[in-house]
Design a protein. Structure first.
Length: 75
């Protein structure tokens, strides 16, 4: 796997994990101000989710790269 392929795999895996982690820990605002969406989260914690996503995506990309380099090289 080249560096470009690794970056592409990381980007795809990052977005996949990010969308999976977005709903975790979301609390609805029970009394929203006028003009605000009632379904908007109180504290979305996007920095924490982005950090967790980056760690998970790096680990998943390392596993995918290892699998491709070791098992799929012969095909």
């Amino acid at each position: 796997m080249s560096v470009v392929e690794t970056v592409v795999v990381f980007a795809i895996v990052w977005w996949l994990f990010f969308f999976m982690l977005l709903p975790w820990g979301v609390e609805r605002n029970e009394a929203p101000d006028k003009g605000h969406d009632a379904g908007a989260p109180v504290r979305p914690m996007l920095w924490r989710k982005a950090l967790a996503t980056s760690v998970l995506a790096a680990a998943a990309t390392a596993v995918i790269r290892w699998a491709v380099e070791s098992y799929l090289r012969d095909f």
